[in-house]
Design a protein around this ligand. Structure first.
Ligand code: GLC
Length: 712
């Protein structure tokens, strides 16, 4: 209880309302008195830079009012306001709350993510926000990371594709996207002090790809450095990450912003490539930077580069040349609620459905449904911390089912039902999981559901054949103790505003679930490769640990880092290569209909250098319900000079098919699909030889395979 109470207060205190940025700082000076409308964003930035004094440049690279880039009214530059985060705008009044990001990743639907981000962009413009601090893309290395719910799962390719769709959805609609947290922020246990130590190949193949794709494909305009040290060097002053890789190797032209209070020095982040210190200029300020400049330790040229990056990014989305708040943009409304509902509907994963336990078909019979479980009356919309917007409304699963069942049945809610009551019902629905106090930023969470929830599930399973478990969680949990005893399990994640409504619509069959797991449910904790070098009680909570100063390096040095000994073998890359059966596999998700994947064809048996191969399959909906299937394509390298995973996801397409309908799905493989990182060559390479293509609807349910050669 102490922890829940603490986090209820903490969430309000730390993540309460931000300053409403609607009012402008501008008087009568307009920015286009100094720039030409036809200039490129970089040309406009350069012209403004030429007008700035040294003091104004220094002030410009330190945050203002906790969430803004400061205004320069004499040049017609308004303040550029930021807001969190991946599921909608937090802290500037109420906003449409989308499902947690891992649930959006579970949709495997690029267009849906793009549409969702476009809606969030409109709400940003309505509220005067020019930069959404999203998406979070850190890989789910351990299942209990407190922030897995606001990231995109365990696979670099899925995270890359989803991140690029999200970023373009924001930036095409006038909002700077900030991809985060760069890099290797894979646990929030003691995040202020615990580092991530990993080898180059692991960094490149697993933890950087989503950032690299964001920079090279989606042209993301902002990257946020993480709290954790990476190989002993704090991310905000890690020159290898921020300059050598991000800016020089990948050609990143936007700005690097620090996570809040994650700077510990003036010179180091400045020279490492940090461009903007948030939430304020605690270190990179006039006093420190002028002194360093006088000593020749930092240069005006580097200062100019930082200012140019920030200016260019906001010019690139038109933020400096439009009113700070867009009077024509909608802050919410039915269209936005529908967008959140659609995202939630496609992000729910049907994990198990034996004996047609689902859907609960009220058209066939009057049904008494007994609803229970820790989240039945308080169905959670999202995890805790900075990513938690205030939901316009929150409908519990209990209320949503009651409203929908109406006269065609009966819904009984019991917090502690008796066995007899559960036996008497026609079905028992248990909604179980965590709350924003037990799953969220600042700490990791338990691997198991609460003892109370687990006991209730076992009791229901012993009393009622039609027991349905709904997981209201942000990632994998232990299921082995009870999953074999119940006929149906639904992973509903944190569905945002749609909350109980969308879950009820899945249970009652109005929605045919089409989500696929973006991470692996292991049977046992020790089945995960990464937990050997983690902590034994992830949920262990210490006030100092939470509130301790982010930048106390002495404290940091006392903490041993997480050493990523498992290397690239994370998630299904480990389970499949080690031959360990998961409880539920990466890419797994059932439907109320069935699909058949067949007719795998390659456009050729050989891929030449710089070449590509088109892979096509036929998908047929063999059931009597319309639905969507996700065709997943994995590659395996038959022989390689370095160990490679048994399979790696390299393409996917989601297809909607009416009952009985067939369709052809085409996907393209290129050299990039086949590459691996070779540290001895300090680069990516593709070795000539044989590769296998495996196509199916889950990493463990492969329909067909084919072989081709590269470079032979
Ligand atoms: C938080 C989070 C980051 C967020 C920022 C601003 O501590 O780590 O994701 O965007 O600070 O709230």
């Amino acid at each position: 209880m102490l922890k829940e109470t603490f986090f209820k207060i903490y969430q309000k205190l730390i993540f309460g309302e931000a300053k409403s940025p609607r009012e402008s700082f501008l008087q009568d000076v307009r920015v286009d008195s100094f720039t030409d409308r036809n200039d490129t964003p970089a040309e406009k930035a350069r012209k403004i830079l030429g007008q700035l004094t040294l003091e104004e440049k220094i002030d410009f690279i330190g945050g203002y009012e906790w969430f803004a880039v400061r205004a320069v009214p004499r040049l017609g530059l308004d303040a550029m306001w930021m807001a969190d985060a991946s599921s909608g705008i937090r802290g500037v009044g109420e906003s449409t709350v989308f499902p947690c990001l891992v649930s959006m990743a579970a949709s495997w639907n690029r267009d849906l993510i793009h549409r969702s981000a476009a809606v969030m962009a409109e709400e940003c413009r309505a509220k005067g926000i020019s930069n959404l601090l999203a998406p979070g893309v850190n890989i789910a290395r351990v299942p209990t990371c407190g922030r897995n719910f606001e990231y995109m799962g365990e696979d670099p390719y899925l995270a890359s594709e989803m991140a690029c769709s999200y970023i373009t959805g924001l930036q095409e609609n006038g909002i700077v996207a900030t991809i985060k947290h760069f890099a290797a922020n894979n646990s929030d246990y003691d995040r202020n002090k615990t580092g991530s130590d990993l080898d180059d190949r692991t960094l490149r193949e697993i933890y950087l790809p989503a950032f690299e794709a964001a920079v090279k494909k989606a042209k993301v305009l902002s990257v946020m450095s993480s709290y954790n040290p990476v190989n002993g060097v704090s991310a905000s002053e890690n020159r290898r990450l921020l300059t050598d890789i991000l800016k020089n190797e990948w050609g990143f032209g936007g700005f690097v912003v620090s996570d809040w209070l994650s700077c510990y020095d003036a010179e180091k982040p400045f020279n490492a490539g940090l461009d903007l210190e948030m939430p304020n200029a605690k270190y990179m300020n006039r006093k420190n930077l002028m002194r360093l400049m006088d000593k020749g330790r930092i240069t005006v040229a580097d200062l100019d580069d930082k200012v140019l990056r920030i200016l260019t990014s906001f010019f690139a989305v038109g933020a400096y040349e439009r009113p700070i708040a867009d009077a024509n943009a909608a802050e919410n409304g039915p269209a936005h609620q529908k967008a959140a509902y659609d995202a939630a509907a496609e992000g729910i994963v049907l994990l198990k459905n034996d004996n047609k336990a689902l859907p609960l078909d009220l058209s066939q019979q009057q049904m008494t449904i007994l609803v229970t479980g820790s989240r039945a009356k308080d169905t959670e919309t999202g995890g805790g911390g900075s990513s938690r917007p205030v939901a316009y409304r929150k409908v519990s699963l209990k209320d949503a089912l009651t409203e929908r069942v109406g006269q065609s049945g009966k819904v009984i809610y019991k917090s502690s039902p008796s066995a007899a009551q559960m036996k008497k019902a026609d079905a028992v629905v248990l909604c179980v999981g965590f709350s924003y106090c037990t799953e969220g930023e600042f700490h990791d969470r338990p691997w198991k559901l609460s003892a109370k929830d687990r006991k209730l599930i076992l009791k229901a399973a012993a009393s009622q054949a039609r027991t349905i478990v709904v997981l209201n969680t942000g990632g994998a949990v232990e299921t082995e103790e009870w999953s074999g005893k119940v006929p149906a399990i639904v992973d509903a994640f944190y569905p945002g505003d749609p909350s109980g409504n969308v879950i009820a619509d899945v249970l009652l069959g109005k929605i045919n679930p089409s989500g696929k797991l973006p991470f692996t449910f292991g049977k046992k904790w020790d089945d995960y490769s990464s937990v050997s070098n983690y902590v034994d009680k992830p949920e262990k909570f210490g006030l100092l640990r939470i509130t301790g100063p982010a930048g106390n390096r002495t404290l940091r040095r006392l903490k041993k880092p997480f050493v990523y000994e498992e290397g690239i073998f994370v998630g299904y890359r480990h389970f499949d290569t080690a031959g360990i059966d998961p409880a539920f596999a990466f890419g797994h998700g059932l439907s109320y209909t069935n699909f058949e994947i067949s007719g795998l064809k390659l456009s050729g048996g050989k891929m030449k250098k710089d070449g590509s191969i088109e892979v096509s399959v036929t998908v047929r909906n063999t059931g009597n319900v319309d639905g969507s299937e996700v065709v997943q394509l994995y590659i395996s390298d038959t022989e390689s000079s370095l160990p490679r995973p048994a399979k790696e996801l390299k393409a996917f397409e989601k297809v909607f098919l009416k009952a009985g309908e067939s369709g052809t799905v085409k996907m393209i493989l290129t050299e990039e699909s086949l590459r691996f990182y070779n540290p001895s060559k300090q680069g990516w390479c593709v070795e000539p030889g044989e590769f296998t293509v495996s196509v199916g609807n889950s990493s463990r349910n492969i329909a067909e395979t084919a072989v081709f050669t590269y470079g032979m």
